[in-house]
Design a protein around this ligand. Structure first.
Ligand SMILES: [Zn+2]
Length: 626
């Protein structure tokens, strides 16, 4: 079964961030966020986003759901397309290509075309134009060979405001499209100007070799030293690995990939025959990037300058301003992050610490033959971390020793292999002159503190409750799927707007809309899109092993589950309104107070539905179900 891309996307895209980009009025109130609903006209905000459960609800129009539902509604697109767009945004690779959506793909292709036109233009300026003289000087000063200029399609952006724009205009590319492609900026008074000026240009490709953006290196002291393409529909730094398109085969051959920091480092390595070298785009290494490079590689080697490596060994994600970047603040992945990549992606990450102040470009050009020796000194990340953290410890200081153990224990606890873990426990104990058992006890303790995950700090009761709610939802949809014929009338009554998981919504739609009476559940699943099919299979599996039931029981159970679902939702929303009401009273906000009263009135209707006044004469099927 494919991994759960929907869950991964949910993990990476915060519903608050996504909603905020469409609802500028969204503001934090208490635990939640509130703003004007994008789906209906209103003056007083009744649209609420719940960060704990990562969903939203509008008390005005009743729309609600998860991050996918929001995106589908606001962009007016279908699940399949939402999945693809959000996957791209989140840097999650979908394993099975969703069927292409012509319109969307056409726009992407156009943006790639425009970037490739720009690459041709910059390359021409560098190699053939008088405007490229300054660029040619730098290239020759740095010792870049003509072969590398071609291989990396290097270019030069001339000084001026519209060199590229004029060229693009001659090819029927509008300023607007150039801006969409990340190549032009909008002027304050309208119109456009070139984003890249007087810079050495490094085209950046996706893994298929399509040009999707650029890195531009300033000549002289201009700032920022490196300027990349902005985020566009085709360019997302966190998902890109520089030169991966060129390095794929060499990585496979060497079973090893070396990650460096700069474009020039990659070019120098390739020039001297070390073609399994890529760069991380100057950003903190992301899980997506690790996943992309590890194909075909048994080992990932990070060749970082000593500062960067040192920061990586620290145990907090440090926000740091780095020179070779866009001048942005960037979180360096910390030790816990790297260990997590290793564990999750089942890959070994090793670190080479380069001599202070030296980058691979310099090292390789000065003595190319020593590069393999340098790479061979890479140490497993955990060795490197223990070394770095213990190197400055004063062994006569008990408190310092204790601090180090407390820091490293949670990392050691993450190592799945007991023998490997034991190896590092011993290593750390020796370094600090402690008994192994003492260190091991701390590692165990770190494990206990981390379990169960729901009890960890930061996970709210609501989030725990969300799991419970989703399970009722999953359960009722599983029943629909297993017994479509027996549950069809219940299926038609489920309030689809209140189903939280977008996949459950989609399944309900499929079951409602299509004539599936002749099909078994398995045949229904086969007809679904991959992501939905995986989810449907999981649902069906949860029903495995249940005792046989009579049709009447199944029908009754689905009724009961529907009722339970509605009650859970009711309680959840009621609690929310209660909080809003209290806040409005504290703020003495009359408008908010009136709005919340109306909303409570609407919910009261539902209260009667779920908790009908008991009949004095007989019990009926509406008797309360817990
Ligand atoms: Zn609304």
């Amino acid at each position: 079964m494919a991994r759960d891309a929907v869950a991964e996307i949910r993990e990476r895209i915060d519903v608050v961030d996504l909603v905020q980009s469409y609802v500028p009025s969204l503001k934090k109130t208490g635990r939640n966020y509130k703003g004007l609903c994008p789906f209906h006209q209103e003056k007083t905000p009744s649209f609420i986003v719940f960060p704990d459960s990562q969903n939203f609800h509008c008390f005005g129009c009743g729309k609600g759901g998860d991050v996918f539902t929001f995106f589908m509604l606001v962009e007016n697109i279908e699940f399949r397309d939402a999945l693809r767009d959000l996957a791209r945004r989140a840097g999650v690779e979908l394993e099975i290509g969703a069927p292409p959506q012509p319109e969307h793909d056409a726009h992407r292709h156009r943006l790639i075309e425009v970037n490739e036109l720009a690459a041709t233009f910059f390359h021409h300026v560098l190699t053939n134009s008088s405007h490229g003289a300054a660029g040619r000087q730098v290239i020759s000063d740095r010792g870049v060979s003509p072969g590398m200029i071609e291989r990396f399609k290097l270019g030069f952006a001339p000084d001026g405001w519209d060199g590229l724009l004029n060229f693009l205009a001659s090819r029927d590319v509008s300023g607007e499209l150039a801006a969409d492609a990340g190549l032009a900026q909008v002027r304050d008074n309208g119109g456009f100007y070139d984003r890249f000026r007087h810079r050495l240009m490094f085209p950046i490709s996706d893994r298929e070799g399509n040009t999707i953006g650029f890195g531009g290196r300033a000549l002289g002291d201009a700032m920022p030293k490196y300027l990349n393409s902005p985020q566009t529909a085709i360019f997302d730094k966190s998902t890109i690995v520089y030169a991966l398109d060129l390095a794929r085969e060499p990585i496979r051959k060497a079973s090893e990939v070396v990650i460096v920091e700069g474009y020039m480092d990659v070019i120098a390595a390739h020039q001297f025959g070390y073609e399994n070298v890529v760069a991380s785009m100057g950003t903190a290494l992301t899980e997506y990037q690790v996943q992309a490079v590890k194909r075909g590689a048994d080992r990932i080697v990070l060749a970082l300058d000593s500062d960067a490596a040192g920061q990586m060994a620290t145990l907090r994600g440090i926000e740091t301003m780095r020179d070779s970047l866009d001048g942005e603040l960037l979180p360096t992945p910390d030790a816990a992050g790297i260990i997590r990549f290793e564990r999750k992606l089942k890959t070994e990450i090793a670190v080479v610490q380069l001599p202070s102040g030296k980058d691979p470009d310099e090292l390789i050009r000065r003595a190319p033959q020593t590069w393999p020796e340098i790479v061979a000194t890479a140490r497993p990340f955990m060795d490197f971390t223990i070394d770095t953290l213990t190197s400055s410890v004063d062994l006569s200081n008990a408190r310092q020793k204790s601090e180090i153990v407390t820091k490293i224990a949670p990392l050691l606890q993450q190592i799945p292999d007991r023998i490997v873990q034991g190896h590092y426990v011993t290593m750390l104990a020796r370094r600090l002159g402690l008994d192994d058992r003492l260190v091991l006890a701390e590692v165990r303790k770190a494990g206990i503190n981390q379990r169960p995950s729901a009890q960890r700090a930061g996970v709210s009761p609501e989030a725990v409750q969300k799991v419970a709610r989703r399970s009722t939802e999953d359960y009722v949809v599983a029943l629909f799927l297993r017994h479509p014929g027996l549950t069809s009338d219940v299926l038609n009554r489920i309030p689809i707007e209140e189903v939280t998981d977008v996949r459950n919504r989609e399944l309900i739609r499929v079951l409602r809309d299509e004539d599936l009476s002749d099909l078994t559940p398995e045949q229904i699943v086969i007809g679904l899109d991959d992501e939905l099919a995986d989810h449907a299979e999981r649902l069906l599996n949860t029903l495995e092993g249940r005792p046989e039931q009579f049709p009447g029981q199944i029908h009754k159970e689905s009724e009961e589950m529907l009722m339970k679902l509605g009650k859970e939702r009711f309680t959840f929303l009621m609690r929310q309104l209660d909080i809003t009401l209290k806040q409005a009273l504290v703020d003495n906000d009359r408008d908010a107070l009136n709005a919340v009263k109306v909303q409570i009135g609407q919910l009261a209707e539902r209260h009667r539905q779920y908790y009908p006044p008991p009949s004095p004469y007989f019990l009926d099927s509406r008797s309360p179900v817990s």
